[in-house]
Design a protein around this ligand. Structure first.
Ligand code: C2E
Ligand code: MG
Ligand code: MG
Ligand code: MG
Length: 284
């Protein structure tokens, strides 16, 4: 009964590994109930036009408020959700909630009428869920127009399953939504896919922005990406702007838009709403 494999496993057994595995397992189980227990919440980070200073939209970012462990970062729980398939119900919840929220804000505040809502979509959702149906349902349920929604996907989602991804993206575009490539510059180096996929926006990864001041190479990369976006007629958003000096470099390079702690951290729905209440109609 006891084969070589299981006895090998017994030999390498270490209690601390068991503890880690158990804690991961517990986190998986708890994450599975986080939606129904109302522990997930979306926060909204403003995206700002660098030429006018106006808010052009929000990026929806999921927060997990755990009753004992406090706030758990998406950097920690998104990979678990992806490994376990929980990213599917979570992604649907996120899409529905983000569309519902913007739709409500548009009804209540003139300042919200021209805003877009950005929603992050995991590679797993592209590969394994019917993301087109999920998006269509969210628009239908919320009454949000497709042109108010932008999906953020990563380069690897496009490369992993390129023919499938292209068809899916074309179907998404037929819903009138826009597409952004998130964390641009950190994934695959081949640029040929930019022609093959109907993306509207590049989001320059925060790592380049944070290094611009002390790394000539990062500055050059940001410069090249800015030119690339301009040449291809794409919109450009710089992620993670924290300092005035970064803002002025980006403005000089002609980068259109940005987000970062310099402008605002991701805000609770109530705080984002306060912001909309206190601003007039946005001209953008
Ligand atoms: P991302 O999509 O690249 O989102 C931007 C991240 O940068 C957010 O982290 C945001 O809070 C952070 N950030 C924005 N400005 C600054 C800044 O000035 N300085 C610094 N240090 N950070 C800044 P967050 O919310 O922790 O999310 C991390 C990642 O988790 C996201 O990266 C995204 O890949 C993933 N994620 C978050 N929510 C969702 C979701 O609902 N669905 C999916 N699939 N992924 C999500
Ligand atoms: Mg994003
Ligand atoms: Mg990003
Ligand atoms: Mg990022």
């Amino acid at each position: 009964r006891i084969n070589g494999l299981s006895s090998d496993r017994t030999l390498v057994y270490r209690p601390e590994l068991k503890t880690r595995a158990q804690s991961l397992l517990r986190m998986e189980q708890e994450l599975g109930h986080a939606i129904e227990n109302k522990q997930l919440e979306l926060h909204y980070q403003p995206i700002i036009s660098l030429s006018t200073g106006a808010i052009t939209g929000f990026e929806a970012l999921t927060r997990w408020f755990h009753p004992e462990r406090g706030t758990i970062s998406p950097v920690e729980f998104i990979p678990i959700a992806e490994d376990t398939g929980l990213i599917m119900p979570m992604g649907r919840w996120c899409m529905n909630e983000a569309c519902r929220q913007l739709s409500e804000w548009i009804r209540k505040y003139p300042a919200a009428s021209s805003l877009k809502m950005n929603v992050n979509v995991s590679n797993i959702q592209i590969a394994e869920d019917d993301i087109v149906a999920v998006t269509r349902d969210a628009l239908y349920q919320s009454g949000l127009q497709g042109d108010r929604l932008k999906l953020e996907i990563t380069e690897s989602a496009l490369m992993d399953n390129s023919d499938l991804a292209r068809d899916i993206l074309l179907d998404l575009k037929s819903l009138n939504i826009s597409l952004a490539i998130d964390d641009f510059g950190t994934g695959y180096s081949s640029l040929s896919y930019l022609n093959r996929f109907p993306a509207d926006t590049l989001k320059i990864d925060r790592s380049f922005i944070s290094q611009m001041n002390n790394s000539e190479d990062s500055l050059k990369i940001v410069h090249i990406i800015t030119n690339l976006a301009t040449t291809l007629g794409m919109d450009l958003v710089a992620e993670g702007i924290e300092e005035e000096s970064q803002l002025s470099i980006l403005r000089n390079l002609g980068c259109h838009a940005g987000q970062g702690y310099l402008f605002a951290k991701p805000l609770s729905a109530a705080d984002a709403e306060e912001l909309l209440k206190n601003s007039g109609p946005q001209a953008n």
